[in-house]
Design a protein around this ligand. Structure first.
Ligand SMILES: [Zn+2]
Length: 450
């Protein structure tokens, strides 16, 4: 077959060979192009790695989110956009899953879904779940609804309290108990002081520069008079961020006060009064709404008041008559001026029933209090002596006088000059012997005169 070896056939073969080479080359090229196809991963503007498929990167993100969600038992969401750009890369240029994971983790902030409690428009904290937020609000209420007087008619907050779904950085999520405490006390923690030896509310108040009243208010459970070593004293008055308003419907019997009416009587002395009719409290049956803020009564709305018993007014009679000067005041004055020379009590085996005041003969003796003279004269042992009945259970005696200026039956006023100091009777040296008798029994005059 000469045709095959013809020049025409040879040329044709050459064309065919070229075509085969081109096709093979193209296939090889195309094959390589597909093999190196990859994606550059961008986090916002920054390229953080190269992956073969987008799914690899997305899977890593999902894995990180899941890990965090499990760790914090809250739903975590990536807060930045991840974008991809088609590129080519050889296997050794690709980022490993491990590398990519740690790069993304280090560069990403995760937001968590949480529930924020706001009070009067002010966010006070975020917890993981809506249930937790509701529990906190419920616990706040329960503190003041579990121990109400009468029937609980209403419970509400004075402030506008809201729970809203939120996305917050992970570190802004607060454990439920902590947020409750913060809302309940108005602070993260209450500063305290441990009682040491010798400390009292007064020394602590001084130490922290605060008022004693504030300390007492901040520690209603502590008795200021009975602090124990080691007692924990709160230094701040807790102020709740929420105010639970309760309206409690109560019924009770209340004592009502009586009035006191004063009547004048000119047959009685000015310093005298007596109760003619004793006052008696009345009683009323009350139905009311007690309005409390965090358990503290702030208002009471009386709905019904039925008088069970009217109060009885007290009638007091007061004297208007001038008090006579000779009437006892009840307080004794020192009867003379001199030197205290002997006290009341046992002396030389005998009972000394008065006190002795040494003074020169002729020194004036004055009545210790007002009263009536029941003796004025000489008596054995006493010498010249005056006895005054003060008509209030007390009598006084003034002995060893040199001169008397009153007689039995005279009325004398407090401080009246009744005698002079002398040395009569059984006496050694000029002095006044002064006795006080209470209901007929001698008592120590030193306890009555100063
Ligand atoms: Zn005496």
């Amino acid at each position: 077959m000469s045709e095959l070896n013809s020049p025409y056939s040879k040329r044709l073969l050459a064309y065919f060979m070229v075509a085969v080479i081109i096709v093979l080359g193209f296939i090889a090229y195309k094959n390589n192009e597909i093999k190196t196809r990859a994606f550059a991963v961008y986090l916002e503007e920054e390229q953080i790695g190269i992956v073969r498929t987008e799914e690899e990167a997305l899977y890593i993100i999902e894995e990180i989110e899941n890990n965090l969600s499990n760790t914090y038992s809250a739903k975590c969401i990536l807060d930045k956009d991840l974008t991809f750009e088609a590129t080519h890369a050889k296997d050794e240029e690709l980022s490993s899953a491990k590398e990519l994971k740690s790069t993304i983790s280090s560069k990403l902030d995760f937001l968590v879904v949480g529930y924020t409690i706001s009070i009067d428009g002010q966010d006070v904290g975020t917890v993981k779940t809506e249930k937790e937020a509701e529990d906190i609000v419920e616990s706040m209420k329960n503190q003041y609804t579990s121990n109400v007087e009468g029937d609980l008619k209403e419970v509400e907050f004075l402030e506008e309290v809201k729970i809203k779904k939120d996305e917050v950085p992970l570190n802004k999520l607060t454990p439920k108990e902590d947020l409750f405490q913060y809302i309940n006390l108005g602070a993260d923690e209450i500063k305290t002081h441990l009682i040491e030896v010798g400390e009292s509310f007064w020394t602590i108040a001084k130490m922290y520069n605060m008022g004693v009243d504030d300390l007492i208010e901040a520690n209603p459970d502590k008795n200021p008079e009975r602090l124990q070593i080691g007692d924990e004293i709160k230094l701040v008055i807790p102020t709740s961020l929420m105010t639970v308003v309760t309206v409690e419907n109560v019924e009770y019997v209340k004592d009502t006060d009586y009035e006191t009416i004063v009547e004048n009587d000119d047959s009685m002395y000015k310093n005298q009064q007596k109760i003619k009719v004793e006052g008696e409290k009345g009683q009323s049956h009350i139905v009311s709404n007690k309005i409390k803020h965090n358990g503290r009564l702030v208002d009471e709305e009386i709905l019904e008041e039925k008088v069970l018993k009217e109060p009885i007014d007290e009638l007091v009679v007061k004297g208007t008559k001038e008090i006579p000067k000779t009437m006892a005041t009840g307080v004794f004055a020192m009867p003379t001026r001199g030197r205290f020379s002997s006290g009341y009590g046992s002396r030389w085996g005998r009972m000394h029933r008065g006190i002795d005041i040494a003074a020169k003969t002729g020194t004036p003796i004055n009545a210790a209090d007002g009263g009536k003279v029941t003796f004025a004269g000489r008596q054995s042992g006493y010498g010249y002596m005056v006895e005054i009945d003060h008509e209030n259970g007390y009598k006084t005696r003034y002995a060893h006088c040199s001169k008397l200026f009153v007689s039995k039956g005279d009325r004398v006023y407090k401080g009246e000059h009744i005698a002079n100091v002398g040395n009569t009777g059984r006496s050694t040296g000029s002095h006044l012997h002064f006795e006080v008798l209470k209901n007929g029994v001698h008592v120590n005059p030193s306890k009555y005169v100063k």
